[in-house]
Design a binder for this molecule. Sequence first.
Ligand code: AMP
Length: 179
Amino acid sequence: MTPLYDLDQAIRKIRNYPKEGIVFFDITSILTNPEAFGYCVDRMVEIYKETGISAVAGIESRGFIFAAPLADRLGIPLILVRKAGKLPGETYHQDYELEYGKAAVEIHKTDVPQGGNVLLIDDLIATGGTLRAARSILEEGGAKVKNVFGVIGLPFLNFQEKLPGVEITTLINYENEEL
Ligand code: AMP
């Protein structure tokens, strides 16, 4: 068992960034703290080592940082879910809505394991829109997405509604009234 660790004190919170009324959860303060980063990776390994996942997909760019060491520790492939226009090969593409504006994610078609069970990872799950878009292209390519992971979760933004039928795991959640 990974020893208990107070992850909250390792996360820098910046109020009114990037705009008024938003609390930005800055994971760079986890990355510069080896104990905190090691805790996150050890917990992910503990949670997913017996679940039969066949690949880990990380969302650009902060999701990459947590997905990569997990894929390495589990000895399974790492898939990059990138912002549109970055991947050189043939891709699956999904547009989605952000709070203000639009975005799109892509994956290489050849990276999707047919019938494989892919774990999707991001640093933080807010509305769940990014993960929903990533899930849709993995499933379009023939993979299954049964598990989604975020270091931080903001459940008051109702990300569960955008991700029906998947198990959503976070290491720490924040409620609206705590912000
Ligand atoms: P969403 O698609 O709404 O779940 O947004 C998730 C993405 O936006 C993640 O890649 C996060 O890194 C980023 N994000 C959203 N809200 C915050 C926040 N309050 N603090 C830090 N990152 C955030």
